[in-house]
Ligand binder design. Structure first.
Ligand code: FAD
Length: 440
């Protein structure tokens, strides 16, 4: 079977959070949308995840917040702990832990209700390319090969980025992710003997999760989503992760008497977003464009926001009937200013944290505890001047940590102001990128 170009205005490869969110907005505005996923329809939404999401991200992306069946727990706080499990500081704010499956199914239903057409059980194999332009995608269903055509294609296939990575390197957006810039997570659903509080818990313990963290996120009743996320490397496999996680189980008082109901492994990008996520006829969104917070792998909010920005860009281009890289560039610019800048600088912070040894890491996190309650993850920005002095004083007790921290702040400031100058057109991108590379 062959579907011709007349059929669709936009093809969306991947019906995860990013794909369904984008499909919903575009279809709602009367455009013909094809949403394509490798999973059967009944399995869409199943994903290894911590299930935590900040409430404000739904409002910023114009996505209806989860309803009763999708909500597992309302939380008010993320509490951070060190090795000894002492509370160091908290980020305050309303959040939800979701039933990822019900939430994913609802996003899919919303998109379908708006008129998006789902093609499930269909593997996207590559971009359909002609003279350097993306004209759609190639797909496979058992022995059946089909291509879908539209003036704009979205790659929303998650970390595998099946469309974007099939492009030749001359198109600049086929960048792959280094192992070290990927987080590998092992997650268990556990039944506790009593209910966990209405907060998410993050544990920094370099003996257990060097360069990463363990988490406990409360679900309904006595159930929790708990796991370990560390930078991927050659030595890290499922057994390694399970062993590390079992040492966390032994020392965590909440989990000591708990029972494992289910366990899974998943990957998440932990790097800065793709600095250019568009090509002629293609926009990459969500995990496929590394739209996550590199400090912790938080990706639901960024996926929804990048979907909204991409949908607006696509509709703007459909109005003008222009689909070149330069026409789609608006997506890069808007995403960079909305949250790309923050996640680019967070990548520098993440690299810094990963170089710390156990003693330095504990000292660094405890020093951030100079302020007990933060409103966001912008720790340094939120400190008053006297608190900044206290932080520097505390860090100065470890000379190399202190020196590296000063270098980090200078680098973050320099990269942040460079991100503010992100070019409005693709023509000046290479100059901008070279300057950024020098700063990195
Ligand atoms: C262990 C772990 C814990 C996490 N915890 C959190 C958390 O607590 N909070 C949070 O916000 N984020 C968390 N994340 C990240 C979050 O889950 C992702 O960032 C988010 O799901 C990205 O959404 P997406 O739509 O881009 O990709 P995905 O959700 O991965 O969706 C991609 C879709 O594309 C489909 N697909 C893939 N390849 C193909 C192909 N070739 N052909 C057709 N279809 C294809 C898939 O079936 C899937 O439906 C976590 C991730 C991991 C791994």
């Amino acid at each position: 079977m062959t579907l011709s170009s007349q059929n669709f205005d936009v093809i969306i490869a991947g019906a995860g959070i990013a794909g369904c969110s984008a499909a919903n907005i575009i279809a709602k505005n009367g455009y013909r949308v094809a949403l394509i996923d490798a999973l059967p329809e009944s399995k869409i939404g199943m994903k290894v995840c911590g299930d935590g999401v900040a409430l404000h991200d739904f409002y910023e992306s114009n996505i209806h917040p989860p309803t009763k069946k999708e909500i597992e727990r309302e939380v008010d706080e993320i509490k951070f702990f060190t090795n000894s499990q002492t509370h160091i500081f908290s980020i305050m704010g309303k959040g939800l832990t979701v039933n990822r499956y019900h939430f994913g199914q609802r996003l899919l239903k919303d998109a379908q209700d708006q008129g998006a057409q789902l093609f499930s059980k269909r593997l996207v194999t590559s971009a359909l390319l002609s003279n350097g332009k993306v004209l759609g995608i190639n797909t496979k269903q058992k022995e059946n090969k089909t291509f879908f055509k539209a003036p704009i294609t979205f790659d929303a296939t998650g970390i595998v980025a099946s469309v974007r990575t099939s492009l030749p390197s001359t198109l600049y957006i086929n960048e792959s992710v280094n192992a070290f810039d990927t987080g590998i997570g092992y997650r268990e659903y556990r039944q506790l003997d009593k209910s966990f509080g209405n907060f998410c818990a993050i544990y920094y313990n370099w003996d257990v999760s060097h360069g990463g963290y363990c988490w406990i996120i409360p679900k309904r009743d006595n159930l929790v989503n708990t796991g370990i996320l560390i930078p991927s490397s050659r030595n890290v496999d499922a057994n390694f992760l399970k062993n590390r996680f079992s040492s966390f189980l032994k020392i965590n008082t909440h989990l000591k008497k708990s029972k494992c109901l289910k366990s899974e492994i998943g990957l998440v990008p932990l790097r800065h977003p793709l600095l250019n996520a568009v090509s002629d006829g293609l926009i990459s969104i969500g995990d496929s464009a590394f739209h996550t917070n590199p400090l912790n792998g938080y990706g639901i909010g960024p996926a929804m926001l990048s979907a909204k920005i991409a949908a607006e860009t696509a509709m703007f281009c459909l109005e003008k009937n222009k689909f070149s890289r330069d026409d789609l560039w608006k997506f890069n610019y808007d995403y960079m200013l909305k949250c790309g800048k923050r996640y680019t600088t967070n990548k520098i912070m993440k690299d810094f944290i990963q170089t710390l040894n156990r003693v330095e890491a504990e000292h660094f996190f405890k020093s951030l505890g100079i302020k007990k309650y933060y409103k966001s993850g912008n720790f340094i920005k939120e400190l008053s001047n006297p608190d900044k002095i206290k932080l520097l004083y505390s860090l100065s007790k470890r000379r190399s940590l202190f020196n590296n921290f000063l270098k980090l702040i200078i680098k973050i400031k320099s990269v942040s102001s460079h991100c503010d100058k992100y070019p409005k057109s693709s023509l000046k991108y290479n100059i901008w990128l070279n300057e950024l590379t020098n700063k990195f």
